[in-house]
Write a protein that binds this ligand. Structure first.
Ligand code: GRF
Length: 225
């Protein structure tokens, strides 16, 4: 009997994709895996409430706190602060605390970025890679199509402009290049001229809620104990 696998979910917002994972886990669709922690980049993310509703421990890790004492024009200072944010996040994920290992901390077997809105720098990725901890991300676009933010709006607009006929959603492995990691799962969506952005967005989100579960399952199947 293999041990239970632990999933740590990174969020920044409403957490509807976290909810999809919670619901899937409750139905046994994630096999021997449970969501054991949630970390949010924002204190007011409704995803924190969703975690609390299911007794999933959570914590907030805010970039704003690292920027607090640094003037906007101090580019170098803010760059260093952002690196520290990433280093501390990696230590929290891998060891349970930014100040080093916590005795009874349960290290995750998989990290899922579910609406996590901050770029994860090498300062984070290198620490996670050192312990062979896989990390995947949900991105509402096709591989290489619309990397970065506002991907849904940009895909819809390109469809309206007749430049493309397909959008979609993917779950990919996280690497330094933003949204460029190897896709685990791609779900295509046709772009319709007569469709409003809101209508397309609704189709994207419902597709995400399926993809996040399927993609997480694929990643869990690759976890080597
Ligand atoms: C999703 O559309 C995701 O692709 C994007 O932000 C949204 C997250 O939604 N990065 P939620 O927080 O999971 O509801």
């Amino acid at each position: 009997m293999s041990r239970e696998l632990n999933i740590l979910v990174l969020i920044s917002g409403s957490g509807s994709n976290l909810q999809a994972l919670i619901d899937a886990s409750a139905k046994g669709l994630l096999g021997h895996a449970r969501i054991h922690r949630v970390i949010s980049s924002l204190a007011d993310a409704y995803g924190l409430t969703r975690a609390a509703n299911h007794q999933i421990p959570s914590q907030v890790h805010r970039l704003k706190e690292y920027y607090a004492s640094i003037p906007k024009e101090d580019k170098e200072g803010r760059k260093a602060a952002r690196e520290q944010f990433n280093t501390d996040l990696a230590n929290i994920v891998v060891h349970g605390s930014k100040h080093g290992s916590v005795a009874d901390y349960v290290r995750p077997d998989l990290v899922v970025c579910a609406g996590w809105m901050l770029i994860l720098s090498p300062a984070f990725l290198n620490v996670v890679a050192e312990v062979n901890l896989p990390i995947i991300n949900l991105h509402p676009a096709l591989p290489g199509a619309f990397d970065g933010t506002h991907a849904i709006d940009r895909a819809w607009q390109a469809g309206q402009d007749g430049l493309i006929t397909e959008g979609g959603v993917m779950i990919h492995k996280v690497i330094v290049e933003v949204d460029r990691g190897e896709p685990l799962l791609v779900k295509k969506l046709d772009l319709r001229k007569d469709e409003t952005l809101e209508q397309y967005e609704e189709r994207v989100h419902s597709t995400e809620h399926v993809a996040i579960v399927e993609g997480t399952k694929l990643a869990l199947d690759e976890v080597k104990l």
